[in-house]
Design a protein around this ligand. Structure first.
Ligand SMILES: Nc1ncnc2c1ncn2[C@@H]1O[C@H](COP(=O)(O)OP(=O)(O)OP(=O)(O)O)[C@@H](O)[C@H]1O
Length: 369
């Protein structure tokens, strides 16, 4: 069966500087050969630090910007070959919601106008029935229909994100790109919005690309995860497999930074040394080598290919096979991974033994650095 979305070898380099004659002299390698698929009704999380290229991938997928190379296929059709009519239909099928709903909602429009606009634009619902559809949409995202007459500033951040979600849903999309949708919200509101997104996915069969710098958030929503570093995917796997046993040293470091309220074991935080390199001048070979505790000469010289095992767990690391087990990283279900169980058993003091590896001793929070 064809995946809903197939992204193959996407490349986008932005011009960062020009000579006095206008010739490009420096490029930001924002996205440098990214491939992934998204199945209908499923969530792919794109995770990585700020500047790794997540938002650029989102914009490329929606064809808001043009790629330098690579292809994006939606329901089997190459978006690069679509004429204006087909592209318009695609714009209905694929929507985006942003981190800051206030910035993405027109402050001079009422909620009713905000939600009616896409219905009119795509000629979806006859005028007399639009009010009813607006009320349906508001109920769908957990807001009262009477809110339709209000303006965005009259709502809290969480409510505004619900309005942004309702606007995306108005055109009955198949795919929604959620670009850091809960990062600007209070922690107490985040899980409500994540639950809403999950509920809508179940009810409407939506697929999501969930963009986030935060693996802790992703854990609650992703079916599959792709970890990005400096414009490339360094690891991709089913979410459960990645959280239980991350293979790439960068994924391990990101995962170890998730605070756990009641960790079942003393846990370590893998601290990445040094500055994050710039996408303007990424390191040679493996782009993570300057911060990787396991880097060897080969890592500085050769770009590691993204190689998948039989289960589809793919890693771009020369040393995958030799790395130590993903020690005391707490997996998604809050229990121990089999590897960790072995590790704990190897120490006579159980959890205490793991702490002897010279890591955070408090057992409650990652080590503060
Ligand atoms: N229009 C542009 N012109 C030049 N450089 C750009 C442009 N858009 C993005 N970049 C650069 O491309 C790189 C990737 O940016 P991008 O916004 O995709 O990353 P990100 O992972 O989404 O980060 P953030 O979470 O901070 O948005 C960064 O170095 C950024 O400065």
């Amino acid at each position: 069966m064809t995946a809903l979305l197939e992204v193959e070898g996407l490349v986008k380099h932005f011009v960062a500087a020009r000579s006095v004659f206008g010739r490009p002299t420096a490029h930001v390698k924002a996205v440098d050969g990214v491939s992934f698929t998204v199945e209908a009704g499923k969530t792919l999380a794109l995770v990585g630090e700020s500047g790794c290229g997540k938002s650029t991938v989102s914009r490329l997928v929606l064809r808001l910007i043009e790629a330098d190379a690579g292809s994006v296929r939606f329901e089997g059709r190459d978006l690069g070959t679509l004429d204006a009519t087909a592209l318009r239909a695609f714009r209905r099928d694929a929507q985006i919601i942003f981190q800051d709903p206030y910035a993405s909602l027109n402050p001079r429009m009422t909620v009713s106008q905000i939600l009616t606009e896409p219905l009119a634009l795509h000629d979806l619902v006859p005028s007399p029935r639009r009010r009813e559809r607006v009320e349906q949409l508001l109920r769908l995202v957990g807001l009262e229909p009477r809110f339709a007459r209000r303006y965005p500033h009259e709502f809290s951040g969480g409510q505004r994100q619900r309005i942004a979600i309702a606007r995306a849903l108005a055109v009955e999309p198949k795919l929604i790109i959620c670009d850091e949708p809960v990062s600007a919200l209070d922690v107490s509101i985040r899980s409500q919005i994540l639950n809403l997104l999950r509920d809508l996915q179940d009810r409407l069969g939506l697929a999501y690309i969930f963009v986030s710098h935060d693996l802790a958030v992703v854990k609650h929503i992703a079916d599959r995860v792709a970890v990005m570093n400096l414009g490339t995917i360094v690891e991709t796997a089913e979410a459960q497999a990645l959280f239980a046993a991350p293979k790439h040293p960068y994924s391990r470091a990101l995962l170890s930074a998730i605070p756990v309220p009641r960790p079942p074991a003393k846990r370590s935080r893998i601290v990445l040394e040094g500055e994050m390199p710039s996408a303007l001048n990424p390191p040679s070979g493996c782009r993570f080598h300057t911060r990787c505790p396991y880097a060897i000469a080969r890592c500085r010289a050769e770009v590691p290919p993204l190689l998948a095992d039989a289960s589809g767990h793919a890693t771009a690391c020369h040393r995958t096979a030799e790395l130590p087990p993903p020690e005391n990283i707490v997996p998604a279900d809050g229990g121990f991974s089999p590897t960790l169980e072995k590790l704990v058993a190897a120490f006579s003091g159980g959890a205490e033994g793991v702490a002897r590896t010279g890591v955070d001793q408090s057992g409650t929070q990652p080590a503060v650095v």
